[in-house]
Write a protein that binds this ligand. Structure first.
Ligand SMILES: [Zn+2]
Length: 307
């Protein structure tokens, strides 16, 4: 009987904790809708040197061990933040050592979990001025191409966020992580670069933001009544990514640049390191410039019909 009672107690504890996870009374990790792979668990893995992958199957989160604290780049969905925290622990690191959380762009699938990590670790989030506004407000900025997608517009607001300038490096320990503003997918989009070394060999790591020219209905990348031409700065961003020193590319959605396949290979092969691909940035940029070209051609055709 005693055993039965303690088992029942155990079972009810389990049920309660399971139910509370599902209901998520924590407002910062409450599940928001998204694609299944965005929250599918993925084994954390060392990419190269002091750079690790701690994200989900479909959304990147990178961890850099600077020797004097950790830097996290993106988190993913709000409900995936506890998984990122667990992944940091699985690699043998302490969550409290995360000093900065750098953001690529302030959409729920990359920035939704930042508020929880900032609270749980004591870290400060860092983003472009436009990204900072969105992270502080927990809402995409009004001039975001997807601002009208109400379902994705809102996410938990982060308590500590500071701005970075274009070209500025965030320095911690032995690492300097440089912000390159790459507006287009969002007005505050930022690509981050740093050097990681392994056995005395240092490589250029690029964490590229999304270069996807997509928007809500009615938004134009070409000039319209509400804003000037955004296509030229978008194209400049694509060229920035194409010409960065780039040995290893990870994109915000790993499958957007083939980083998903490279990561899978890395799990079984360290030498030669399958993440190393000096052409990855230029290939990625070329692919998304074609998408931008097609989008602009479509907008021009629609304008032609109206006039
Ligand atoms: Zn996005």
């Amino acid at each position: 009987m005693r055993h039965f009672v303690s088992f029942a107690a155990l079972a009810s504890t389990f049920v309660v904790s399971f139910a509370s996870a599902a209901d998520s009374p924590d407002p910062l990790t409450r599940p928001l809708p998204g694609r299944p792979e965005w929250t599918r668990a993925y084994a954390p893995i060392r990419i190269y040197g002091n750079t690790y992958y701690v994200g989900s199957e479909g959304i990147s989160a990178l961890l850099v061990d600077t020797g004097a604290g950790l830097v996290l780049l993106d988190v993913g969905m709000p409900q995936f933040a506890p998984q990122v925290e667990a992944n940091i622990g699985k690699l043998g690191f302490k969550l409290a050592d995360v000093k900065y959380v750098l953001n690529s762009h302030a959409h729920v699938d990359h920035a939704g979990g930042i508020a929880a990590i900032v609270r749980d670790s004591g870290a400060t989030a860092i983003a472009s001025p436009s990204g900072t506004k969105a992270l502080r407000e927990g809402h995409v900025v009004a001039d975001d191409p997807q601002a009208a997608e109400v379902a994705n517009a809102v996410f938990p607001a982060a308590a500590r966020v500071r701005e970075v300038a274009d070209g500025e490096a965030v320095r911690l320990g032995n690492t300097a992580i440089t912000a390159h503003f790459t507006p287009g997918h969002t007005p505050g989009s930022t690509t981050w670069t740093w050097e990681s070394c392994e056995n005395g060999k240092c490589l250029n790591i690029v964490y590229s933001d999304s270069l996807t020219a997509i928007s809500s209905d009615g938004f134009h990348f070409l000039a319209d009544a509400t804003h000037g031409d955004l296509s030229a700065s978008f194209r400049k961003s694509i060229h920035t990514v194409a010409t960065l020193p780039c040995d290893i590319l990870v994109s915000t959605h790993p499958d957007a640049s083939g980083a998903d396949a490279r990561l899978v290979k890395l799990a079984t092969q360290r030498e030669p390191n399958p993440m190393v691909d000096a052409q990855a940035c230029s290939r990625f940029a070329a692919e998304y410039e074609k998408m931008l070209d097609a989008r602009i051609a479509k907008e021009k055709a629609a304008q032609g019909k109206k006039s």
